[in-house]
Design a protein around this ligand. Structure first.
Ligand code: GUN
Length: 297
């Protein structure tokens, strides 16, 4: 069997970002509107700092306004809630993202619930979570949205009846991914660390989305011949003898590619899609807040 088709998330995301930049231009010309995205980072977690820097760079490149709030690690809950209230009532801010994880003194659910759900470009507010699980249009979490775009690009837009397995049950990826696939009429299984006979569960799936945070966990014999495999993992391995540390996904790429039909690489697969979808959500939010409907093309 030929190797799996490598799904080029980087190229797909780049195209999407061009299309978004085009729409942003139209929004400026026709409606005198510039979408604004506020990103809040509390503390100095190195991985979060890199993500936030990338988000800001891409936001500006798409022609949107990027607003940054970097707060010290000992920021109190009250201080952060006050900042969010200010962003909620600022009309130049259309999207608000509070980078997770937060330091221990901050209650994540309380913070996320404070964000105006119309500006919740992460789709983490309970109202948007409820909309997704009831199939009501709303803001959808960026990583699962990006995964779905890649799946549809590979398999076509009709996913009805496909067996999908989501490995991982986080609020950020696993659960919303399962809701999205269910909305597409897939038969969805959510598997996790307590699932019995994980390999056999995975091997039934036509669509396998791995989001466990465990490097190269998904092995070749866990994957059905011809399945589409989406790898959400970004795991940094310990440095090798030359002191270089490699980033790998949750899927054993080199072996799984021998059986899968299509497979995302790490890096260059899902990662770039998350940021592109964040920009998409910011554009969607800006249009909705201003009663504007942009026609494609
Ligand atoms: N931390 C890891 N992924 C995400 C994400 O998609 N959004 C936010 N806000 N924080 C994250």
């Amino acid at each position: 069997m030929a190797d799996a088709l490598m799904i080029d998330g980087k190229a797909f995301a780049e195209k999407l970002r061009y299309e978004i930049a085009d729409s942003v231009n139209k929004l400026k010309e026709l409606h005198n509107l510039t979408p604004g995205l506020a990103v809040v980072l509390v503390g100095s977690d190195p991985a979060s700092e890199i993500y936030v820097r990338n988000k800001q760079k891409m936001t500006s490149q798409a022609g949107m306004k990027s607003i940054e709030h970097k707060l010290p690690a000992d920021t109190s809950q009250k201080e952060l809630l006050t900042l969010i209230d200010g962003l909620n009532s600022d009309p130049s801010v259309n999207g608000i993202l509070v980078q997770l994880p937060l330091p221990d003194q901050l209650d994540e659910q309380t913070i996320l619930a404070e964000i105006d759900c119309a500006k919740d470009v992460d789709g983490f507010h309970l109202f948007n979570v409820g909309k997704l699980s009831t199939g009501t249009p709303g803001l959808i979490p960026c990583t699962p949205l990006g995964c779905l775009m890649l799946i549809k690009d590979s398999l076509g837009s009709d996913l009805s009846g496909k067996r999908a397995l989501v490995l991982g049950r986080s609020n950020i990826v696993g659960k919303p991914m399962a809701s999205l696939l269910l909305r597409e009429n897939c038969t969805v299984t959510i598997a996790h660390s307590r699932t019995q006979d994980l390999a056999a569960e995975c091997a039934r799936a036509d669509i396998l989305v791995a989001a466990t945070g465990r490097p190269r966990m998904v092995k070749k014999d866990w994957v059905k011949n011809g399945a589409i495999v989406i790898d959400v993992g970004i795991n940094r391995l310990p440095p090798d003898e030359e002191g270089k540390s490699k980033i790998v996904g949750d899927v054993d790429y080199d072996n799984v590619k021998l059986v899968a039909g299509a497979l995302t690489p790490v890096p260059g697969g899902v990662g770039p899609m998350t940021i592109a979808c964040l920009l998409q959500n910011t554009l969607t939010a800006a249009c909705a807040q201003n009663g504007v409907e942009l026609t494609p093309g």
